[in-house]
Write a protein that binds this ligand. Structure first.
Ligand code: ADP
Ligand code: ZN
Length: 290
């Protein structure tokens, strides 16, 4: 099976060719400009490679309701050139093959469930903490969409009293993304997050905010594993801090085998940052199967 995978991000489009086992034989990165400039390059790449199906994991928000008129569109994105753009339709029409389409983070959780450390789990959550914060949720063997798709980066959290930073989200004063994504760290301290690596207070606050959100996800969704990815999570010192605070916030109320082994419950991504693109291969395989 020759599968195409497309991880569509706000700054770059990663195109890859691989198979249903998750092997990747070729990949290129194309800058995300306007659809008029970028889409023809994507189409050229996949057309020349004779794929059986394509999987796309895309930045959102997206219309994923198959019955909706605008199914497969990017909708209210802040990247104006891509607003209201029929991504799925454009690719399908040009390539004439089955195309799977989902959020980038659902792609990542699918990659971990199919090929990575979440294999065999029926409920898994993948949270990326980078330029934005988003969650992919695999629940009872399916990617969760519901009414729209999860927007778990925007859950409201309790601000620490000493934190006077105004927040980065234009919609919410106190949401996780606005207080804890990379740009929020940089806005609060006036420095690149990577240059704050030695500042204990920075990561203590960051871990607190992430742990508040995770506690809510645990209590609501009951995931069997939580995978944390994205640029900010390269600060590995965050993991023990987050695990400790989650345990504290749960207050001993939930007692499961998983929660008693936090080191294997809240974990870094396992596929060398390929979880997204590998998940897209699986999205393609599923589209072909359907
Ligand atoms: P994106 O979310 O745009 O796909 P990333 O996941 O790499 O990309 O996230 C970029 C954000 O993560 C930036 O705000 C950057 O400051 C932050 N970041 C990237 N690398 C690191 C690092 N090693 N330590 C802390 N923050 C980082
Ligand atoms: Zn928000």
């Amino acid at each position: 099976m020759r599968l195409g995978a497309l991880e569509a991000g706000g700054t770059k489009m990663v195109c890859a060719i691989g198979d249903e086992k998750g092997n990747i034989e070729e990949r290129v990165s194309i800058p995300t400009k306007t659809p008029e400039e970028t889409i023809p390059l994507l189409i050229d790449f996949f057309k020349q490679r004779n794929i059986d199906a394509l999987g796309i994991g895309c930045f959102g928000p997206l219309e994923l309701n198959k019955k909706a008129e605008k199914y497969g569109y990017i909708t209210t994105t802040t990247k104006l050139a891509w607003r209201n753009f029929d991504f799925l339709g454009s690719m399908k029409k040009a390539l004439q093959c089955p195309v799977g389409f989902d959020t980038d983070v659902n792609g990542s959780v699918l990659g971990e469930v199919t090929f990575g450390q979440a294999k065999g789990k029926s409920c898994a959550l993948y949270l990326t903490i980078g330029t934005g914060i988003g969650a992919g949720i695999y629940i009872e063997g399916k990617l969760l969409h519901g009414m729209l798709h999860p927007e778990a980066g925007h859950v409201l959290i309790t601000r620490r009293e000493t934190d006077t930073y105004g927040g980065k989200c234009p919609y919410h004063k106190n949401c996780l993304e606005g207080l804890a994504a990379g740009p929020a760290i940089e806005g609060r301290y006036g420095k690149k997050a990577v240059d704050l690596a030695e500042e204990e207070d920075v990561w203590d606050l960051e871990a607190d905010y992430i742990a508040q959100a995770l506690t809510g996800y645990i209590l609501t969704l009951s995931p069997e594993i939580i995978i944390l990815g994205g640029g900010v999570m390269h600060q590995m010192q965050l993991f023990p801090l987050i695990r400790k605070k989650v345990t504290e916030y749960l207050g001993g109320y939930v007692n499961t085998e998983e929660l008693s082994d936090m080191e294997h419950y809240i974990v870094p991504a396992s596929l060398h940052d390929d979880q997204g693109i590998m998940g897209c291969l699986e999205l393609g395989r599923k589209a072909l199967e359907d």
